[in-house]
Design a protein around this ligand. Structure first.
Ligand code: CA
Length: 175
């Protein structure tokens, strides 16, 4: 009986370990912005309730200027934060392009992850798609050369729905 109880205890510990392992990706999926917000709140509390002014060059790291000339760029968060993922060429499936902070629900890829975008191309407009393989049926968006969208929750695709966390492929010079 005692041995059985010990074994049950071991199984219980195993379950707890498994749950801990599962909690890892879930907390990572909330992205750096939530973590940053928590850190800012903690810093503000530690500073006697006075707001902490972010260091500009820290926020700029990975921002708009990190997008290479000639590339189409995407970021995990609004305002060109956390990225960029960038492509000088077409991409027919963002599942092929990994980015850890996109979270496990997106298989840690750029698929359905972008929240701000920049067409830093040298020659062409670009068409963005909800679907893979440049499919227009689920919604697309025409972005002119030089065009940048800082918050995809307010930009709507052809189906009238916001573009945030939907992009799955893009094609240059297509409209
Ligand atoms: Ca999609």
């Amino acid at each position: 009986m005692r041995a059985l109880l010990r074994r049950a205890g071991a199984v219980g510990a195993g379950v707890i370990l498994m749950m801990t392992a599962l909690a890892g990706p879930a907390s990572a999926a909330e992205g750096p912005s939530a973590a940053t917000a928590r850190e800012m709140a903690a810093a503000k509390a530690a500073n006697g309730g006075r707001a902490i002014v972010p260091v500009d060059n820290m926020l700029a790291a990975g921002g708009l200027e990190a997008c290479d000339s000639g590339s189409f760029c995407v970021w995990v968060n609004a305002n060109f934060n956390d990225g960029p993922g960038q492509w000088p060429n077409n991409s027919n499936n963002y599942l092929s392009w990994s980015h850890a902070s996109c979270g496990y629900l997106n298989l840690r890829t750029w698929n359905n992850c972008a929240s701000s975008v920049f067409n830093n191309g040298n020659n062409c407009n670009i068409q963005l798609y909800d679907d893979v393989n440049y499919g227009t049926g689920r919604g697309y968006y025409n972005l002119a050369r030089g065009g940048r969208l800082a918050n995809l929750t307010i930009d709507k695709m052809s189906d009238g729905q916001p573009m945030n966390d939907r992009l799955s492929s893009h094609k240059w010079c297509s409209w």
